[in-house]
Every structure is written in structure tokens, then in C-alpha cells.
Design a protein around this ligand. Structure first.
Ligand code: ADP
Ligand code: MG
Length: 676
């Protein structure tokens, strides 16, 4: 049978950047049987640590052959070596090499994570090991709160977590006082008695004397070997079952990542901030520009199609109906909303004063529907949808008609006026505003124009339909000098359809025409679209998606650079931790996925914070950028922003994590362990 460990002609040459070669080991040939307790001695620089690192598969020899259990390990790749470390070897270092941010128990559990052991079994096993080493009251302490001896016992428990058939201890008592050192030594001797193979590097003559076998090194050569003690076959060392559960692996990975993120709170905060600012600026940009776009669309009416209940020259008029409006909205994809309007001159009287004014009624008529007019509400309130549903007999008067009827003598609010002989309560009065700055008219023209604009009254749609519309509302067509003049009586419906895509306004209009001809059998209506406005809108906003995409890409790129930089710094600062993880069996992909997952979690949180930041920034900018009294810019915060920002955050983290994660995974375990 082959020995457990067999070295043949092992050499290790280090070569530094200047090409200076150091022969740390030369022609080392050794065989070590299972269950032996070996002490490797020799002066400083004689190659003891190098030998131990090669034995533990942390380092590779530059010459010779190394077999573990008869298997040639010099041909194994980095991950196969990691698996061998995980399953066979347990390391005990002079400086303990515990993770400072983890508790005693978490440190001991860590190797099980790379084995795929479940959280429950891992916890139980770690507890049992710590208990057997007299540390049951130190489970939740961090290494800094433990004595050197306690830390080294924790490290021994960790070395045993996955079985630790071979324990490799490099000057395990070097940092301890003699009492604690003796305690650690007796633990190691006990392990050897229970079947573990224990290799100890030590200067200490007493330790060497207590070992079964002593191997002395000098200048990289074995200069003395007391030989294998006659051994009966050692007891079998039980090892925990390899779990291999992907779900368990993932949950352990997440828990570990969260612990590490918490332990490095400043770096984590920087990562979160990078992504939050990136995502936040994209969200603010999108919500503002979408809002401005939709408000502009509404303001210049580039998306408006009006359908009038008027005959064309060839057909007699049809009466448009509420059902037509519903059909247009539900059957034509580009149509977002439809509203019904009627307007026409009606008589309006208060007491003995009688006038004629343009009466308007429409569905969904909100104050915003008249926001575009140069006068806001002066007193009272505007009509609501409920006024229409409840058939309230209420009216809002324009400034000119209010002036004509009441003459400023008394407050119109609460008074009843008669429209076509039917009483309506005055609910509100619109204000006569100063003329808009771009309306550069001479005084004598301005007055009449404003009076004309102000000569209106608004009534609820359904109230008007029931009380003010005559049975027959056929429009009157008069032809004067060859010009067709149509006077619309109050009650002829106009349907206003708003489309989502103003560029398709012509196609949509012809679809509406076809639909109405199908319903009514003739083209007894006319349509009004403004293609020029759609063109204007397109000129204004056609490049928007490209601009938005460009700015979003730059913002996310900045976030990616931020997370990459922070993660790279983290990899540099955590080299020793990476080395420890590699020593206890982490494969390259375990290291890489840890950094990737940490970056993704931080970026996910950053995405969520960015979403809020962006929303508030959008609202804030909209408020600051809107001069008082002018149009309020709506912030269009679409619901798809939420999943998009969160996914975008995670994607940012993953992309940003790739390069640093690869770097971390490619670190040399011995060099990483030597890092400060
Ligand atoms: P010991 O543990 O017995 O003190 P080491 O195994 O650490 O000795 O080192 C053996 C020799 O190899 C020393 O001369 C040391 O300087 C050299 N050496 C060890 N590691 C490296 C390295 N990474 N690069 C260059 N030389 C090294
Ligand atoms: Mg050494």
C-alpha cells in the first residue's frame, strides 16, 4: 500500500521580478504514513513553510513528484487542488488567520460552506467541535475578544470542520505563551492519537522531542529524519458528507456576502452610493422628460383628433354618440382617451340682464382642461366629474359674461342664472388675467379679444345633455359668397381623441373614419387633425429616446466604474481573507461568486435607493423649474421603473464585479495569505 503522503525529489525555486532565483527546497524525498505525528525543524529560511505549503497543496513544487493517497497531485488544476485542501487538509497558522469580522462559530463553520453542508448540520458540527475544545462559552465572540490560545483552538476546530485528515500546523505555538502553547500541543497530539496525520513546523526543542518523528531541514534539504515510528494501523478519521446542494450553497453564499458587506460598511456604502446616484439620475431624467413630453404633447395638441357631428359636402350629418367615443377608444390601439365636447351659443339671464354666451360642456372636464387658457379660476370652484354624474345644475362663468351679467355689483357665486330658461347655480368665476406676454396687441384690440375669450360658460356634460340639448340638433349650413359657414347648435357632439403616438396621427384618423362609416353608414362627420403639430412635436422630441438612452448609458457606466473601483480596492484589502478562504477549500469560482454576489447585493440596494432619490429629485426639479402660476410639469414616474431600476442595479453590480472577482479568484493562495 502507498503511504498517505509521498514526496519524491521535490524542489521549489522562487524567482522574483528581477530574475533572482531562490532554491527554497531541493530534492526532498519523504513518505509519511496516516496517523503520524511529525515535527519539521530547522533554522529560519530553511524551507519549512515552503514544504508545508506544498504538502497542503497551497503551493506547487517546481520539481519532483507529490502523491497523496497514491494520487499524483502535481497534475491537478487550481480547483482540483482546492477540493483536495477542502477534503483532506486542515491548516493551523502561527498567526491564527481567523476572519476578524466573523464570530468564533462562524469561523469554524466556514469550511462547511465550501463543502455544501446545510446551515443546520454545519452549526451543530461547529458547536460540537468548539465544545470539545473547551470553547462553548466563546461561540459568539469575535477573534479580537479571545486570547491567543482560544484563537488557536478556534483555528484547530476550523481545521477539523471538514474532517481534517491531515493537519498542517506552521509554528502553531509561535505566538502563544508557554502554558497556552502546551495546551495547543496536547490538542494536536490528541488528534494524532485519534487517527489524524499531524505535521507541525516548530523551532521548539520540547515540541520536537514530543513528536513521533522529527525531520530536520537545512537550506532546503532534508538533513535528518528520525523515520516513521512502527505504527499499527490508525483509527479511521470520520469526515462529514459532502452536501453538494445548490440551494444550500446559494443561501450560504448570500449569508456570507451579507456578513462581509456589513463588516466593510464604508466600502459597501460607497458601492451603494455609486449605483444609487447612477440609477437615481436615470430615474429623475426619465420621469422628468416623460412628464415634459406628455405635457408638451397635450399643450400643443399634437396628438389630438377632433371629430365633428357635421356633414361633409356629400353626406348628411350624423349624430355622434357616446357609444362612438367608447368604440374609438377601445377598438383603435393608438387612441389613449376620448372625450366628448359640445359648445354653442345659448341665452343666459340674471334678473333682468340677458346676454348670449358660448356654453361649453364636456366629459372629464377638469380644471386642467382650461389650464391652457390665459385665465385661471378667480373665485369658487371648477366643475367636477361628479357634477356631471349627478346632473348638477351648476355653471362656471367666464370673466366677460360674469362682468356683463353682474357688472361687479354683487358676488355671482351662489346666485342662480337662467340658461335657456333653466336655473343654474353659479359655482365659479374665471379670472381675467393680464394678456400673455407674447400677445403684442394695441390697447384698443386687446380689450375686445379678451372679452371674446372671456365670453364663455361651462356646464356639466350630462346636465347639459338632458336639459339644454334640443331634440333636433342638425347643424345649419349657410353659404355666403361661396364660403361654407356652419353654425353649430349647442348639442352637436365633438369627439376629441388623444393618441399615444403623434407620428401615427394620420393613420389613426383614417382608422377612426372607417370605424364611424361602418357604424353610421355614411361620412356624415368631419375630422380635424393637425399634421404640422405632429411634425413640430417630432422635431422637438424625435431625438429624445436617443438622448435619454445616451445619458442613461453614461450614468450607468459611471456607476459601473464606481462599483468596479470599490470592489477592486476591496479585493486588495481582503487578500488575506481570500487566502484563508482558499486554504480551507474555496475554489476559484467560490471566491469569484462571493465578490460578484456582494457587488450585486450592494447594487440592488443602490438601485432601490436610487429609485427613491430619482423620484424625489424629479419632483424637486419639477417644482423648482416651474415658475409659480405657469404649467406644472408632471413627473411621470412609471411603474416599470421599479423592476427596471432594481434589475438595472443588479446588472450594474454583476458587470462591475466581473473584473475584480476574476482578479480575486486568480490570487495565489500563499501570496494572499502572506498579505497584510
Ligand atoms: P522557513 O519557513 O523555514 O523559515 P521558508 O520556507 O519560509 O523558510 O523560506 C525558504 C526560503 O525561500 C527562504 O530563503 C525564503 O526567503 C525563500 N522564499 C520563501 N517564499 C518566497 C517567495 N514567495 N519568494 C521568494 N523567496 C521566497
Ligand atoms: Mg516559516
Amino acid at each position: 500500500m502507498s503511504p498517505l503522503i509521498e514526496l519524491r525529489g521535490i524542489g521549489r525555486v522562487f524567482e522574483d521580478e528581477d530574475g533572482v532565483r531562490t532554491q527554497a527546497l531541493a530534492d526532498v524525498t519523504l513518505a509519511i504514513e496516516a496517523g503520524e505525528l511529525v515535527c519539521i525543524t530547522g533554522p529560519s529560511g530553511s524551507g519549512k513553510s515552503t514544504l508545508l505549503n506544498i504538502l497542503g497543496c497551497l503551493d506547487r513544487p517546481t520539481a519532483g513528484e507529490y502523491r497523496v493517497d497514491g494520487r499524483d497531485v502535481t497534475v491537478l488544476d487550481a480547483d482540483e487542488l482546492a477540493r483536495l485542501r477542502r477534503d483532506e487538509f486542515g491548516f493551523v497558522f502561527q498567526s491564527f488567520n481567523l476572519l476578524e469580522s466573523a464570530t468564533c462559530q462562524q469561523n469554524v463553520e466556514l469550511p462547511a460552506r465550501y463543502l455544501g453542508l446545510g446551515a443546520g448540520p454545519a452549526r451543530d458540527r461547529a458547536r460540537r467541535l468548539l465544545q470539545s475544545l473547551g470553547l462553548s462559552d466563546r461561540l459568539d465572540h469575535r477573534p479580537a475578544e479571545l486570547s491567543g490560545g482560544e484563537q488557536q483552538r478556534t483555528a484547530i476546530a476550523r481545521a477539523l470542520m471538514n474532517g481534517g485528515r491531515v493537519i498542517l500546523a506552521d509554528e502553531p505555538t509561535g505566538a502563544l505563551d508557554s502554558a497556552q502553547g502546551e495546551e495547543v500541543m496536547s490538542l494536536l497530539r490528541g488528534l494524532s492519537e485519534r487517527g489524524h496525520t499531524v505535521l507541525i513546523v516548530s523551532h521548539d526543542a520540547a515540541i520536537a522531542a514530543s513528536a513521533d518523528r522529527r525531520i530536520a531541514l537545512s537550506d532546503g534539504h532534508v538533513v535528518a529524519d528520525s523515520g516513521a515510528a512502527a505504527s499499527e494501523s490508525p483509527p479511521h478519521v470520520p469526515t462529514p458528507e459532502n452536501g453538494r446542494s445548490r440551494v444550500l450553497g446559494l443561501s450560504a453564499l448570500l449569508r456570507d456576502a451579507l456578513t462581509c458587506l456589513g463588516a466593510n460598511s464604508l466600502r459597501t456604502a460607497l458601492m451603494v452610493l455609486s449605483v444609487a446616484l447612477g440609477v437615481g439620475s436615470v430615474v429623475a431624467l426619465l420621469s422628468l422628460s416623460e412628464g415634459i413630453e406628455s405635457r408638451t404633447l397635450e399643450a400643443i395638441e399634437a396628438n389630438l383628433i377632433k371629430i365633428h357631428s357635421l356633414g361633409s359636402s356629400k353626406d348628411t350629418a350624423v349624430q355622434l354618440t357616446l357609444a362612438d367615443a367608447d368604440a374609438i377608444r377601445s377598438e383603435i390601439p393608438n387612441v389613449m382617451t376620448t372625450h366628448l365636447r359640445m359648445k354653442g351659443p345659448l341665452s343666459i339671464r340674471w334678473g333682468t340682464v340677458a346676454e348670449e354666451t358660448e356654453v361649453h360642456a364636456g366629459t372629464g372636464m377638469r380644471p386642467t382642461a382650461i389650464d391652457r387658457r390665459p385665465w385661471p379660476l378667480a373665485r369658487g370652484a371648477f366643475l367636477t366629474v361628479e357634477d356631471s354624474e349627478r346632473r348638477e345644475q351648476v355653471v362656471v362663468l367666464g370673466p366677460a359674461i360674469a362682468e356683463a351679467l353682474f357688472g361687479g355689483a354683487s358676488d355671482p357665486i351662489g346666485e342662480h342664472v337662467q340658461i335657456d330658461g333653466i336655473p343654474f347655480l353659479v359655482k365659479g368665476v374665471l379670472e381675467q388675467s393680464p394678456p400673455p406676454p407674447n400677445m403684442d396687441l394695441p390697447e384698443e384690440l386687446l380689450g375686445p379679444i379678451l372679452a371674446m375669450f372671456g365670453d364663455v360658460a361651462y356646464v356639466p356634460f350630462h346636465t347639459a345633455r338632458e336639459l339644454l340639448v334640443p331634440a333636433d340638433v342638425a347643424p345649419e349650413l349657410t353659404i355666403i359668397d361661396g364660403v361654407r359657414l356652419v353654425s353649430t347648435p349647442f348639442g352637436a357632439l365633438t369627439i376629441e381623441a388623444r393618441v399615444a403616438d403623434p407620428n401615427a396621427v394620420e393613420a389613426t384618423a383614417s382608422a377612426i373614419r372607417d370605424l364611424l362609416i361602418r357604424t353610421h353608414g355614411r361620412e356624415g362627420f368631419s375630422m380635424e387633425i393637425d399634421v404640422e403639430r405632429a411634425d413640430t412635436f417630432d422635431r422637438l422630441f424625435g431625438l429624445h429616446p436617443v438622448l435619454q438612452g445616451g445619458i442613461a448609458a453614461v450614468a450607468l457606466l459611471v456607476a459601473i466604474v464606481g462599483v468596479t473601483a470599490t470592489t477592486l480596492v476591496a479585493v486588495g484589502a481582503r487578500r488575506r481573507e481570500i487566502g484563508i478562504r482558499m486554504a480551507i477549500g474555496a475554489r476559484r469560482r467560490d471566491i469569484a461568486s462571493q465578490f460578484l454576489v456582494e457587488a450585486a447585493i450592494a447594487a440592488f440596494v443602490g438601485g432601490a435607493i436610487g429609485l427613491l432619490l430619482g423620484y424625489w429629485a424629479g419632483v424637486g426639479v419639477a417644482a423648482v423649474a416651474t415658475p409659480s402660476g405657469s404649467l406644472q410639469v408632471p413627473v411621470a414616474f412609471a411603474s416599470w421603473f421599479v423592476p427596471a431600476a432594481l434589475c438595472g442595479g443588479v446588472a450594474t453590480g454583476l458587470v462591475a464585479g466581473i473584473m475584480p472577482a476574476r482578479r480575486a479568484a486568480r490570487l495565489d493562495p500563499v501570496e494572499a495569505l502572506a498579505a497584510e
